[in-house]
Design a protein around this ligand. Structure first.
Ligand SMILES: NC(=O)c1ccc[n+]([C@@H]2O[C@H](COP(=O)([O-])OP(=O)(O)OC[C@H]3O[C@@H](n4cnc5c(N)ncnc54)[C@H](O)[C@@H]3O)[C@@H](O)[C@H]2O)c1
Length: 444
């Protein structure tokens, strides 16, 4: 029995339902975060409904087709078979939920301010069907104060008394899609409830599926913990990016320096340069914090600088390509450039905020003929132009004036790339230093 599950106080029934796994869990949003979470609860024995506003996604999940690298379609099918998991667009499922977990997107507006509209819409649906005794947890990454300032009033307006007949907490999702070493069940959870009872109940629930629950005093602490994790990553990637630019000016291989520094067994953690940051988290989340701080009269300087450096990397990559072509006597205009990888990181098909968008758009503007190969991304749209992945083979590699490695997918044969490409710009240091090469190699 989890230490969080000592049934006591007025919520014995709720706790007992968690204990005997009869509590009905509703996960709102079945994306990269919500689907693996729902599946983990179902695997643990809970009856789970995965709610989503996207009927195509719901239909495909109910056919056992997973869109997430962290959920195998076979596993999804067998859970559907047990009846413990089902996807739905029908929000009336919320009425039957004992625990409701919200995992909807938190993107940025064009102005780079937080777009909290999905959270507001989802929480509004949940609050409209509030039933006494429910536990509601927000997992979407968001600015500090969201749970208490935005969600709580929605429920109070429906007669909910927090800590008495309603329990509200924030627990950030930390999943790293496509990372085989750390799945939902391997990653400790941070939980901060509005009241101690809210924290206790939320911790009790998560204690059933994760190795450890770290409780904190308020939802705001939990919201900030997630932001601090991602600001930390963003700032350190920016440092690695600037470091790579400095190393290049000194004629030194940045990777060799970073790997040497990483041999220190304490006080150092390696981060690596790249063509720009992407995905739904690292480029986005820090700006939720700086927005909130601006409202509090403070400019978050590290975040601003890291954002500036990281956002300059796609442009820097295009300059590397242009300079490398120039050295071979070719202009960018008319050059055939083959981009390897358009997903924002290795091993996944997620292209949200991928630097490949900006890089390919800039190459098109300069008149290059760009094609791409990505085993995870069959089609890719840049500036209204629809591109289709090419099969990466000798013919494509030999025909390109420049092969640009944007994403270091494990499926690529880097020895073959080295052997067949006449010019390579490698932003991920994927080409082995001692590879047998046909032509020049430029590394970030
Ligand atoms: N993707 C990651 O690696 C990751 C990691 C940690 C945290 N997060 C955070 O988790 C949250 C969700 O991210 P994601 O990557 O899963 O997003 P996603 O876009 O993959 O999935 C979100 C899902 O929510 C659905 N949705 C939107 N509005 C809805 C509503 N009102 N009701 C029900 N469903 C709705 C969408 O149709 C979509 O299927 C974000 O706040 C994100 O910052 C993401």
């Amino acid at each position: 029995m989890s230490s969080h599950l000592q049934a006591k106080g007025p919520n014995v029934t709720v706790v007992q339902k968690f204990l005997n796994k009869s509590a009905r869990i509703v996960v709102v949003g079945q994306g990269y975060v919500g689907l693996p979470l729902a599946v983990e609860f179902a695997r643990a024995g809970f009856p789970v409904t995965g709610l989503d506003t996207d009927p195509t996604r719901v239909a495909s999940l109910n056919l056992g087709r997973s869109h997430s690298p962290d959920v195998q379609s076979e596993d999804l099918s067998s859970l559907l078979g047990t009846g413990r998991y089902g996807a739905s667009c029908d929000f009336s499922a919320l009425e039957r939920g004992d625990a409701i977990i919200i995992c909807v997107p938190t993107p940025l507006r064009k102005s780079k301010d937080p777009d909290i509209s999905y959270v507001v819409a989802a929480a509004g649906e949940v609050a409209a069907r509030f039933r006494p005794g429910q536990l509601v947890v927000l997992e979407s990454t968001t600015y500090p104060g969201t749970t208490e300032e935005l969600l709580l009033p929605l429920f109070e307006a429906r007669g909910a008394r927090v800590g008495e007949n309603f329990f509200l907490a924030f627990s950030p999702e930390r999943i790293d899609p496509g990372n085989p070493a750390f799945k939902v069940k391997d990653i400790p959870k941070v939980v901060g409830g509005i009241t101690p009872e809210c924290t206790r109940l939320a911790a009790a629930l998560y204690g059933e599926i994760v190795p450890r629950v770290h409780t904190v005093s308020t939802p705001k602490v939990a919201e900030l913990a997630k932001l601090y994790e991602n600001v930390f990553r963003n700032v350190n990637i920016a440092l690695a990016n600037e470091f790579a630019i400095m190393c290049a000016r000194l004629g030194v291989d940045s990777r060799e320096v970073i790997d040497a520094a990483a041999s220190k067994p304490f006080g150092f953690m390696p981060f690596y340069p790249g063509p720009g940051i992407g995905g739904h988290c690292i480029p986005v989340d820090p700006l939720y914090l700086s927005w909130k701080m601006r409202l509090n009269g403070y400019e978050a300087q590290f975040i601003a600088l890291a954002d500036e450096i990281n956002r300059s990397m796609p442009g820097h990559t295009v300059t590397l390509v242009a300079d490398a072509l120039n050295d071979t006597g070719r202009p960018v205009k008319g050059a055939r450039i083959l981009v390897l990888g358009v997903a924002y990181k290795r091993g996944v098909g997620d292209t949200r905020e991928s630097p490949a968008h900006e890089i390919i758009a800039a190459l098109f503007r300069r008149g290059a003929e760009v094609s791409y190969a990505d085993p995870h991304v069959p089609t890719f749209t840049v500036g209204g132009v629809d591109l289709k992945t090419v099969e990466l083979g000798e013919q494509e590699l030999r025909a390109a004036d420049c092969v640009l490695i944007v994403t270091d997918h494990p499926e690529f044969d880097y020895e073959a790339v080295a052997h067949q490409a006449r010019l390579i710009v490698d932003t991920r240091h994927s080409i082995p230093p001692n590879a047998d090469r046909r032509g020049a190699l430029v590394r970030l």
